[in-house]
Design a binder for this molecule. Structure first.
Ligand code: E4P
Length: 223
């Protein structure tokens, strides 16, 4: 399982990258504009925090496949280290995936709502697909089932493409896609923290500490 932070907030990224087992950072245009900074500078700063070896996902915004190719080459040139370009699975996006994969630039096919979109993106050459779990649920679909279907299709056809499930509202959804065959997930900073926050754990730690101190005091060096 690989875990990505779905955020462009530098404080959140620095904190999570220090404390949690993070493999990289995913962004999209909505996430970037929230930070109200020049976007290239922001992306370079994120890379500075996570390092060259961890992946940074950047969404392309061109309308045509040719514009997306130009953008992908530019991003790949100006940001040092591992970068993955995100391409929406529109008709033009599928053409862009075919074009860009020839240049060996890593690609994530994004805004995925159905398993057929994922299979098509994989056949076109995407390295990752990002099913939008909570957005599917909001449309009275079942995001976890879509991940399960993608996983079955990828196994049936020996696809090398990895499932990077995205768009979560709660930890249960993340847990369920892990069981449904997702190779990785991208999750907001708030939700990653909730993976481990459990009141009983903190309560137990407080009791252990109190019992220890009652007998031995607080100076561990004198043990
Ligand atoms: C990730 O790459 C997606 O853009 C993101 O997870 C969408 O999440 P949201 O539905 O919470 O906006």
């Amino acid at each position: 399982m690989r875990l990505y932070i779905d955020s462009a907030n530098l404080e959140q990224i620095a904190y999570l990258n220090t404390y949690f087992p993070i493999d990289g950072v995913t962004t999209n245009p909505s996430i970037i504009v929230k930070e109200k900074k020049p976007y290239l500078e922001l992306l370079q700063e994120i890379k500075g925090i996570i390092g060259e070896e961890k992946e940074l996902f950047v969404q392309l915004i061109g309308d045509t496949a040719e514009e997306m190719l130009e953008e992908a080459e530019y991003i790949n040139r100006v940001i040092a280290g591992k970068v993955v370009v995100k391409i929406p699975v529109t008709t033009e996006g599928i053409k862009a995936i075919k074009l860009i994969s020839v240049y060996k630039i890593p690609i994530l096919a994004t805004t995925i709502y159905t398993s057929m979109q994922a299979l098509t993106a994989s056949m076109a050459g995407a390295d990752y697909v990002a099913p939008y779990v909570n957005r599917i649920d909001n449309l009275t679909g079942n995001g976890v089932n879509v991940v399960h279907e993608i996983s079955k299709l990828f196994s049936a056809y020996n696809c090398k493409t990895k499932i990077l499930a995205a768009s979560f509202k709660n930890v249960q959804q993340v847990h369920d896609v892990c069981l449904a065959g997702a190779h990785s997930v991208t999750v907001s900073a708030e939700l990653i923290q909730k993976f481990i926050d459990f009141p009983s754990t903190n309560k137990d730690v407080t009791v252990f500490k109190k019992q220890w101190q009652d007998l031995y005091g607080i100076d561990r060096k004198s043990l």
